[in-house]
Design a protein around this ligand. Structure first.
Ligand code: NAP
Ligand code: ZN
Ligand code: ZN
Length: 347
């Protein structure tokens, strides 16, 4: 018998999230039942709940930054026990057979990884995310949250953390490298902490200087306002790596000009519209423009362990389930310091 649990549900694109219930399956042999303590609000939740990328399926329960405690396990589970502190990120299954799955890059599963919400299990059932009190996930897609990180500040690491850890490590952020992060939001602020911990020289490129003192406290060496044209003159041809976390349309061309010789700009922000760039902007300086999407299970665990070792968690504002619709508007207005996290005790 499936279990009926409380959840925040939206019935159609842009409709408010409302208290309702959903069903969670009985644990299969390899399943872990997780009592969710906190769920982060990622801007991707908003893009999908408002169907800004197209193809959203309703009803929807968003939430792919999940932290909680194991409350039951299926009979063949070996990795987790009742009471363990665990997390779930953006996907809950993948084919496990394709080259990308075998390489530990399950987020690029060629069959299509099963998204934590707004997705379908391979059996065809709709998936529902973390704005709820419980979730049931195969143990191979569950992460261990190290003791050094509290669950509330750990939750956003499951998406924001891995989304920045992957490009920063893949493109070699470290001592002697100049790294810029565009956008001091949910992704960006965690990126500043991780890039600093990796030893890079970190610059924040934010619309204004309103968050400068926070940025420097979190590990930025420099902080510039992109509303000031002077910034683009000062920083021309400067960075080895730029990670763009902006959720809205951006003049990518302008930022690529800030890359040094052989520098790379990596888009992790996914606005609704396309951007364009002239080939000269990349040819000049042998620059690269690329993208990155979350990370595989192995790297997500490595990120959590790295964050625990360096005492990195998200800066969170804890809210109740009744605050979520207002929180969505505040995220869109860049009015969040720096990640909203839903306390599921408020269900
Ligand atoms: P967020 O908290 O809203 O942060 C985005 C930041 O972008 C804002 O804080 C703001 O920073 C800046 N920004 C917003 N509007 C802007 C504008 N019009 N012009 C310039 N800058 C602007 O969102 P998030 O949760 O970090 O997510 C950011 C994006 O990444 C979203 O599109 C999301 O869907 C995407 N995402 C991608 C992945 C992936 O795997 N690739 C994973 C998670 C999320 P300032 O106030 O500092 O300017
Ligand atoms: Zn996300
Ligand atoms: Zn696969």
């Amino acid at each position: 018998m499936p279990t009926t649990v409380p959840a925040l549900v939206t019935e159609a694109a842009g409709k408010p999230l409302e208290r309702s219930t959903i069903e969670r399956r009985d644990p299969k042999p390899h399943d872990v039942v997780i009592d969710i303590a906190y769920a982060g609000i990622c801007h991707s939740d908003i893009h999908q709940a408002r169907d800004e990328w197209g193809g959203s399926e309703f009803p929807m329960v968003p939430g792919h930054e999940i932290a909680g405690t194991v409350s039951a396990v299926g009979p063949e589970v070996t990795r987790y026990s009742v009471g363990d502190r665990v997390g779930v990120g953006c996907f809950v299954d993948s084919c496990r057979e394709c080259a990308n799955c075998r390489a530990g890059e399950e987020q690029f599963c060629t069959r299509g990884e099963v998204q934590t919400y707004n997705g379908r299990e391979y059996t065809g059932e709709q998936t529902f995310g973390g704005y709820s009190t419980q979730v049931v996930v195969d143990e191979g897609y569950v992460l261990r949250i190290p003791d050094g990180i509290e669950l509330d500040v750990a939750a956003p690491l499951l998406c924001a953390g891995i989304t920045l850890y992957t490009p920063l490590t893949h493109w070699g952020a470290g001592p002697g490298k100049k790294v810029a992060v565009i956008g001091m939001g949910g992704l960006g602020h965690v990126g500043v902490k991780i890039a600093h911990a990796l030893g890079a020289e970190v610059t924040v490129l934010s619309q204004t200087l309103s968050k400068e003192s926070d940025g420097k406290r979190l590990g930025a060496d420099h902080y510039y306002a992109t509303s000031d044209d002077e910034t683009f003159t000062t920083l021309d041809s400067t960075f080895d790596l730029i990670v763009n976390t902006v959720s809205a349309d951006l003049d990518v061309e302008r930022y690529v000009a800030l890359l040094a010789l052989d520098g790379s700009m990596v888009n992790v922000g996914i606005p609704a519209n396309s951007a364009s760039i002239h080939a000269f902007s990349l040819a000049n300086g042998r620059r690269s423009l690329s993208g990155s999407k979350i990370g595989g299970i192995r790297d997500t665990q490595a990120m959590l362990d790295f964050c625990a070792e360096h005492h990195i968690g998200a800066e969170v504002e804890t809210i109740t389930v009744d605050d979520v619709n207002t929180a969505y508007d505040r995220v869109v207005d860049s009015d969040v310091r720096y990640r909203f996290v839903i306390d599921t005790a408020s269900f």
